[in-house]
Design a protein around this ligand. Sequence first.
Ligand SMILES: [Zn+2]
Length: 248
Amino acid sequence: MGLFRNSLCAMALSLFAASAGNAATLLEPTLHVKPQGVEGGGGRVALTLDACGGKTDTRILSALVDNRIPATIFVTGIWLKRNAEAVEIMRAHPDLFELENHGGRHIPAVDTPQKIYGIRSAGSPDAVQAEVESGAAALAGAGGPAPRWFRGATAEYSPSAIAMIRRLGFKIAGFSVNGDGGSLLGAKETARRIGAAKDGDVIIAHINQPTHAAGEGVVQGLLALKQKGMTFVRLDDAEGIGNDGTTD
Ligand SMILES: [Zn+2]
C-alpha cells in the first residue's frame, strides 16, 4: 500500500494531462507572494514542499537546514505517522519550517466523484470536509501551531470545494512554478525550473520521494536561487494572493 500511495503521489502534478472525462471542471489555482520589488534586488520567493505519503527526501531536508532556507511543508496525516524523525527535525527549526495541511489521507478536494491523475476524488462535500479536518487534526496531534493553509492532493479543486475549505478557515495554497512535475522530472529540468523562479513566485515540489532524481534538482535549483540573492519566505510570513477565491 505504501508503494501504491507513493506512485499516486508521484502522478499528481505530473506533466501528463488529467483525463477528467465528462466530470466537473476543476481549478488549479495559482498563488503569488508580494514581490520584493527592489530594483536590482534578488527578489523573494516562497518554497512549498509537499509530503504526500511515503518517506522523507533527506537530501532536501538537510540542504534546507544547512543553508538556512525557510520552507512551507504541506504534510498529510499518512506522512506524519511514518516520518517522526523528519518531523522532529522540522520542529527543532521553527524559524525554517512551517507545517501546513495537505489532508488526512491525500485525497483530492473535489466534491464530485471522478479521478484526477488516477487518484479517486473525495467525491462529496462531506468527504472533502473530512479530508481537510483530519489533516488539521493530524497536525494538531503532532504538536506545534494549528495549520492555516490547505493544499489538496493533486492541487486541483472543484469551485464548491474551494468555497467550503475557505469556510473551514483555511487559505488554499496554489503555486506559480511547478518545480518538479510531481517529482517525476529529471534533476536537470527540476533545477532549471526552480532556478528560474522570479520575484513573487510560489514554487511547488516534493519532499517525500528520496529515490527520485528530481530531489537532487530541487537542491541545485534552490542553491542557485540563494546564490542569486533571492530571499525565501514562508506562506505565513508573506501576503500570498491566489486566484479563484483561494485567499480573499
Ligand atoms: Zn500530494
